[in-house]
Design a binder for this molecule. Structure first.
Ligand code: SF4
Length: 336
């Protein structure tokens, strides 16, 4: 289901994440004995429909990057399922894995780490076509590459350069061109603007929005930057210590955050207007997030939450639909 200006519409999910769990073993001693687990992701479910941007936000260590790596097939979950267009991505045949790789691409935070410095820009963008469409003629590849470079705002003279001769914003445009050249259905955006100058960030976000609309893409966005998330997202899920604590349409989440953790995150975002900043109610959490090796019992936020009760220390709140499409995991909302 998804929300549009016309109201609620049923949409077919493109990607479904069912009860995803990913624990990393903690080893000790010469024999590498397992002494515990880092519970990076602990029972996360969500879905993304076609032409939708779904963002996962949270501090570092909340589990959002681990989810992205599982979706990209780079990590195998401890349990749970990831289903893309009806197929479990960890049960794909060899041929289906190629199909999945064509349809699910990624853009990472630092383009200079993800682009080969020994290759020219045109070869970097052409490479996925050469790998997946071995019969495609050189002329056709060249035509597609140069059309796309123009679409992402790069002039033809940059095509012969190394990515290291480019600015950060230009290099990220190359990474985006490489991600879209196969016309994928889903792109995982892992902090795609956080390594860029503020002046360039808006240009890259506008490019991502334009490409989404033109190519009917869906995005799974990973970010800690709430202003970026607000600008680009249809849906936002807020994560804390491996769990989703709130999930809602983006506008609703920013206008009416329910969970104390979401409220604290939003209250720390600076406002351009100093009067609005002074009027803003500040929610301050105590201390730092605890370790994901031994998360607190009950609600994981309880040692830091200003509203914690005895119930919060003992019982873990379930993620419930408090209002239509607005889900929250907090005891303040379970006893309406
Ligand atoms: Fe705070 Fe309790 Fe809600 Fe957790 S369940 S966020 S501790 S009020």
């Amino acid at each position: 289901m998804s929300q549009s200006r016309e109201g609620w519409v049923i949409k077919v999910p493109l990607l479904e994440v069912h009860n995803l769990v990913k624990y990393f073993p903690l080893r000790k001693g010469l024999l590498g004995r397992i002494v515990g687990y880092v519970k990076a992701v602990d029972g996360v479910s969500f879905s993304i429909s076609e032409n939708e941007t779904f963002s996962l936000v949270g501090e570092s260590g909340s589990g959002k990057t681990t989810i992205a790596r599982c979706v990209l097939g780079l990590l195998k979950p401890t349990s749970g399922r990831i289903v893309f267009m009806g197929k479990d991505i960890f049960k794909l045949s060899k041929e289906e894995i190629r199909w999945y790789r064509r349809n699910v691409q990624a853009v990472f935070q630092n383009p200079f780490l993800s682009l080969n410095p020994r290759m020219k820009v045109e070869d970097i963008v052409a490479e996925p076509l050469k790998v997946h469409y071995k019969d495609m003629s050189k002329e056709e590849i060249r035509r597609r590459v140069y059309d796309l470079l123009e679409k992402v705002g790069l002039t033809a003279d940059l095509a012969k350069r190394s990515p290291y001769d480019l600015s950060g914003g230009q290099a990220q445009r190359v990474a985006i061109a490489r991600a879209v050249i196969l016309k994928p259905k889903l792109i995982v955006l892992d902090e795609p603007t956080s390594a860029l100058d503020v002046s360039v960030q808006a240009q890259i976000l506008n490019l991502l929005v334009d490409l989404k609309n033109e190519l009917k893409l869906s995005y799974l966005m990973i970010s800690h930057d709430l202003s970026v998330v607000r600008y680009i997202s249809d849906w936002v899920a807020v994560m804390y210590l491996g769990k989703i604590v709130e999930l809602a349409p983006a506008e609703e989440l920013f206008e009416k955050p329910l969970h104390p953790y979401t409220q604290a995150l939003l209250s720390s975002v600076p406002e351009p207007d100093p009067r609005a900043m002074r009027a803003k109610k500040r929610i301050v959490l105590r201390g730092e997030p605890p370790s994901a090796v031994n998360p607190p019992a009950g609600c994981r936020l309880h040692p830091r939450c200003p509203y914690a009760s005895e119930e919060c220390k003992k019982e873990e709140p379930k993620l419930v639909e408090y209002e239509r499409g607005h889900w929250v995991a907090c005891h303040l909302y379970t006893h309406k």
